[in-house]
Design a binder for this molecule. Structure first.
Ligand SMILES: Cc1cc2nc3c(=O)[nH]c(=O)nc-3n(C[C@H](O)[C@H](O)[C@H](O)COP(=O)(O)OP(=O)(O)OC[C@H]3O[C@@H](n4cnc5c(N)ncnc54)[C@H](O)[C@@H]3O)c2cc1C
Length: 449
């Protein structure tokens, strides 16, 4: 009798889900791979959405590969508008609601991948669903914002929350002529996970570009398009809420799959396997191993969604790939100012019991005499007893983002500031001075140990 092909069911069809599905198919051509996606979109570049709005590009250009192409070119059975509403791990099946037909059905699996990502958090106040109030998380959100802007031509915008997405939105809304922008922030600090030097420079660039920032805000409600707060009313023509992400794991309630209490993300090991042997989870709905903290944490990010999905898929297909872990590297741009972070901040390190110190320098990014001159601030967080770099931040011209990659590599490799001081980095007038800012910072840090 012919053996039945292995059936892998993937829940969620974006970065993590499609990476997992593709990896299974690549390694096991006979596997039957079914992707159940509740919306009509799969595999798109969510990270470029603010720029898509700001440069008024075609939203559909964000789609990396369509469901049709996944079917035809990779042999993956992608089922759009199919929401998974429950999982029975004892009997290896998922319960599906086909939103197009209203039919409810079950699908059995040999392996299951949960890749349901996260959604934008909404504050518990009245008015978050009013017309003109948005979040920017999905492709449909981008479509809705763009058509609203086209129709209503808003001039005043209130941004609730000052995470990187709302900062990118502020920049891109300005680009399309929304002149009056106010950011409302609950805490007094603007850049919670960053050092004071970064906080200060981001405030400066917002101010220089006419973006108002009001901190220490407690929002009471949104009335129409007026945000009512402890510091007065803020009138807008458009509002975007960007206060964080929450894993989409509610549909697992009642199943035996273990959920982390604090983050509500799925608990996985370094192979992206859950507590159930044939169930994996990846991307923004799952935890990730952090190399410095030596534990799993919740850190939603696009690169890690792709990586974790790929690793889960490879392991289902028989590989034995252990995830190396993250160090928390990220970068973004606001009004031409690049900001990078890797590892942990001084405050985070001290809260976690590390004995650390901070070194911050500002240095040129081009050689002396080169016609264009720019500067960057580099910050090191060093562990006192070992001299190991455990955090770094950068802010300045676009090289800030690329230099943070060097420091992410150093942290990944457990390098000390002495090791970093010895790095053979580029010297070339358009790219770096004879003493690269990273080396300048290492030289300063070493004086403190
Ligand atoms: C504006 C913006 C900018 C960003 N910029 C960056 C950046 O610069 N760098 C970076 O690293 N990251 C960035 N990110 C984050 C990055 O986009 C996400 O980390 C990534 O998309 C996560 O991929 P995922 O597949 O895990 O989850 P998601 O992209 O959330 O996809 C999950 C999918 O599962 C589907 N789904 C959910 N529940 C069910 C269900 N019950 N049944 C069926 N389907 C379901 C959803 O519809 C969705 O399609 C950005 C995000 C946004 C919104």
């Amino acid at each position: 009798m012919q053996k039945k092909p292995m059936r892998v069911v993937v829940v969620g069809g974006d970065a993590a889900g499609m990476s997992a599905a593709s990896q299974v198919k690549r390694r096991n051509k006979t596997a039957e791979v079914i992707v159940l996606e509740k919306t009509e979109d799969v595999s798109y570049g969510a990270c470029s959405m603010p720029y898509n709005i700001g440069y008024d590009l075609d939203v559909e250009g964000l789609v990396v590969m369509s469901a049709k192409d996944f079917k035809e070119k990779r042999g993956i059975d992608v089922r759009l508008l199919n929401e998974v509403i429950g999982v029975d791990t004892d009997n290896n099946k998922v319960f599906v609601d086909n939103k197009a037909t209203g039919r409810k059905y079950e699908v059995e699996y040999d392996y299951l991948v949960i890749a349901t990502g996260a959604r934008a958090v909404l504050p518990s106040i009245n008015g978050v669903h009013n017309e003109g109030v948005f979040t920017l998380k999905t492709l449909d959100d981008a479509r809705a914002i763009k058509s609203y802007i086209k129709e209503k031509k808003p001039k005043r915008c209130v941004l609730i929350g000052a995470g990187y997405i709302n900062l990118e939105v502020a920049d891109n809304f300005k680009r399309i002529g929304i002149e009056d922008i106010t950011i409302l922030k609950r805490s007094d600090r603007l850049m919670n996970e960053y050092e004071d030097e970064v906080d200060e420079k981001v405030r400066e660039v917002l101010d220089k570009n006419g973006v108002k920032l009001v901190t220490g805000i407690d929002i009471k409600e949104i009335d129409g398009l007026t945000v009512k707060t402890n510091k007065g009313d803020f009138d807008a023509d458009i509002i975007n809420i960007g206060i964080g992400f929450k894993p989409n794991t509610e549909f697992l309630e009642g199943s035996k799959i273990k959920i982390d209490k604090d983050s509500t993300a799925v608990v996985v090991d370094r192979y992206f396997k859950t507590n159930i042997d044939n169930v994996y989870a990846a991307g923004d709905c799952a935890l990730l191993y952090h190399r410095i903290l030596d534990k799993n944490i919740y850190l939603p990010s696009g690169n890690n969604a792709n990586k974790s999905g790929k690793t889960a898929g490879a392991n289902i297909a028989g590989a034995n790939e252990k995830f190396a872990g993250v160090v928390g590297t990220r970068a973004f741009d606001v009004f031409g100012l690049a900001i990078g972070k890797t590892g942990i901040s001084l405050k985070e390190s001290q809260e976690m019991g590390f004995d650390t110190f901070k070194t911050a320098i500002t240095a040129p990014t081009k050689a002396h005499g080169y016609p264009i001159q720019d500067k960057i601030t580099i910050i090191f967080i060093t562990e006192k007893k070992t001299g190991r770099l455990i955090g770094a931040q950068s802010i300045g011209d676009e090289s800030a983002a690329l230099r943070i990659d060097v420091l992410a590599t150093a942290i990944y490799a457990n390098m000390t500031i002495k090791d970093i001081q010895g790095l053979d980095l580029v010297y070339s007038p358009p790219f770096a001075p004879v003493w690269d800012p990273i080396l300048v910072c290492a030289n300063q840090a070493i004086k403190k140990v």
